[in-house]
Design a protein around this ligand. Structure first.
Ligand code: SF4
Length: 358
């Protein structure tokens, strides 16, 4: 299986930092006798004005624009579908050059808009409660395909909510740290190209230790979230099969190292599934596990997926689980699932609009 879709032979501009544009675009400019500063103009259009085509770059000579368009791309996504929830959530299904489809979600709250973006088409990790896992792995996204979700969603957010994206979370389709190189490049471009604050970007992982170490080495203060879902090995292996490869003791030793290096709080995502992982006893195990870490737990009622037999925990059960954590000194919050009426859980929109057997 091919892992990356070629975009013709065009060079993806969204994979490069503005300071690289002279080296990337410069040779094409000099071939047609254009000065090198045109490359800086292109970078300004892409990163300051969110342009996605050379047609928009009105201070470039008219005959230069189609020449550049043939060699460079800044629009790897096409909007295939947009769904708006009654609660304001906007979900996009994006079509890629090879016909694959991925999702991203804009989630507005009273004071900010959060973008949840995808890092892979499908996912190989087969978590039991996840719609994306049902498709299996299709391919990694390129850095440009990841960055373009931000750029295109930012324009939608400004128009729909009157303000831009405040937070980006890598929590859509795919496991970001399984597509490490592209994800690290996309982080560089969001931060160094679009000037998006590193503290406002969260990378969420099911616990791929090499990727956690790579993030720890980055100088920027990106945030880390870990999808935990169970505090004990056997149960976690059942819900999150990658637990077999990176079991909890090793994962937590990597997280402690991460915290020592970065000095940053780690968020833990815990999907509350009725009768599966929501007992008070497991809340105590979770508190034991987080004992020597600065962590914050998000308790997320399971979002039902067609064809899966799990159900969300009852509100009283979640309250009790949360109370145990608080008593034990672990900070936790219950998160309301957003956009249920538009299938906003990762992978669900695609699942609804495409037979997974296709
Ligand atoms: S929860 Fe994340 S890592 Fe697990 S199958 Fe779904 S997309 Fe993959």
């Amino acid at each position: 299986m091919e892992e990356r879709a070629p975009n013709g032979d065009r060079i993806e501009l969204l994979e490069h930092l503005p300071q690289e544009y002279e080296a990337v675009v410069g040779p094409a400019l000099s071939q047609v006798g254009q000065p090198a500063y045109r490359a800086r103009q292109v970078a300004r259009w892409i990163y300051d004005r969110y342009a996605s085509s050379f047609d928009e770059m009105t201070d470039l000579p008219t005959d230069l624009r189609p020449l550049l368009e043939r060699q460079f791309s800044a629009s790897p996504l096409e909007m295939a579908y947009q769904a708006r929830s009654r609660d304001g959530t906007i979900k996009h299904l994006w079509r890629l050059h090879d016909g694959e489809q991925i999702e991203s979600v804009l989630i507005p709250t009273a004071d900010r808009v959060t973008l949840c973006l995808s890092s892979q088409a499908g996912c190989a990790l087969a978590c039991r409660f996840c719609a994306t896992g049902d498709f299996g792995f299709r391919r990694h996204l390129s850095a440009a395909e990841i960055v373009a979700q931000f750029r295109d969603s930012e324009l939608v957010a400004r128009h729909a909510f009157g303000r831009g994206i405040a937070n980006v979370v890598y929590m859509g389709m795919g496991e970001p740290l399984a597509n490490l190189e592209a994800v690290l490049t996309s982080l560089s471009v969001l931060h160094g190209g679009f000037g998006f604050g590193a503290r406002r970007i969260t990378v969420s992982t099911v616990g791929l230790i090499p990727g956690i170490r790579a993030l720890a080495e980055r100088p920027e203060p990106f945030r880390l979230a870990v999808s935990l879902h169970a505090p004990e090995h056997a149960l976690r292996e059942r819900l999150v099969p990658v637990e077999k490869r990176y079991p909890l003791p090793e994962l937590f030793s990597a997280l402690r190292e991460y915290q020592e290096i970065k000095g940053r709080r780690i968020t833990f995502e815990y999907t509350m599934i009725d009768g599966v992982n929501d007992s008070d006893e497991l809340a105590h195990s979770l508190a034991d596990l987080l004992n020597d870490l600065d962590g914050f737990v998000n308790l997320i009622p399971y979002n039902p997926i067609p064809g899966h037999d799990f159900a969300p925990s009852a509100p009283e059960r979640i309250a009790s689980f949360s109370a145990v954590l608080q008593e034990r000194g672990v900070e936790a919050a219950v998160r309301r699932p957003r956009g249920r009426d538009i299938a906003a859980a990762c992978g669900q929109l695609r699942l609804e609009r495409e037979d997974p057997g296709n």
